[in-house]
Design a protein around this ligand. Sequence first.
Ligand code: ZN
Length: 405
Amino acid sequence: MDKRFLKNPYADYDGSAACTQHLFDPHGKLTEEFAGRLSNTISELLSHMENGLKSADPRDCTGYTGWCGIALLYLHLADVFRETSFLQRALDYASRSLQCLTRRSVTFLCGDAGPLAVAAVAYHRLQRPQESDDCLGRLLQLHRTVVKGERNLPDELLYGRIGYLFSLVFINQQFGQEKIPMQYMQEICDAILASGENLSKKCRGQDKTPLLYEWYQEYYVGAAHGLAGIYYFLMQPGFGVGDERLLRLVKPSMDYLCHLKFPSGNYPPCIGDSRDELVHWCHGSPGVIYMLLQAHKVYGDDRYLADALECGQVIWQRGLLKKGYGLCHGAAGNAYAFLALYKHTHNPHHLYRACKFAEWCMDYGRHGCRTPDTPFSLFEGMAGTIYFLADLLQPLRSKFPAFEI
Ligand SMILES: [Zn+2]
């Protein structure tokens, strides 16, 4: 089998204090030395990134590979390091992204909702309320298109309804108040449920999976294009799905997905695909884990937690990818799964694993990995790695960007 990962060179957590004492204390607080290394690497990589961005595509507005992603990184750095100069940078990049909107796609990561939402937040933080409100108004104008599903809008995260929904959630998180009424989120979830029920009926799959979603004629499973990403959102409190639909529609559909698990504990990229190869946030266990942990919270069934722990095991063994250090299909994105497990269980085992993946990332470029097409971008490149290293400084507050709620 063509191996897509490099052998994990680190010893696993053995439960001893000696194993973690150079990384964090018994309360999970990073040691000064390790936090210092993270901060130094962040500064070094940032200047590399700034240099590299000089040759980036000037017309790519997106969060995934373009200017909005860099703006989002600087918003995050402004939060973590409490430095206002980062806010100004965030606004500069967000403004650049507003200059080249796609006018096609409506999502946070690949469409116009991301630039509008990130710019709204940057203006707000810099005390420019009018410009912020203007961006919010334009963001909400897209809502109708999303609910009605014009232009055959899919439901997944990168190009579909969930991807627009995230931008509304992002606004409320960043403003620290219900700036956008929850009814907007609920209407989108209603549309997503209707779409999933429709497709399931069309495929005569109601008995197996009352909800079903496709993207480009494939039934994707993972977080980026697939079912796991959609179910993760449908299980969030406040989105109006409600107990009855959570039990009748979401749970059996999710259980159907759980049955697709490979013996290794990993998940296929699509329904019907028997190749156990991809261990990426976009395809495989590093993305499915968020759904499993949320399901454990919502339904209280320990089977979901057991499956999530298995994901952790797969990622530890096969998660240092030849594709590099990025978020979508790289070591940094995979490491977020350990942080999710740590936040859920508070078990130092998972924090240890996240720190080891961070050490790998801090040796950026020294493992012979492939260089991505957009080497400095948020989702494929260096900006994403920096985002993760900064998140690790406050493990319990960490969130996979543009996805985790
Ligand atoms: Zn990917």
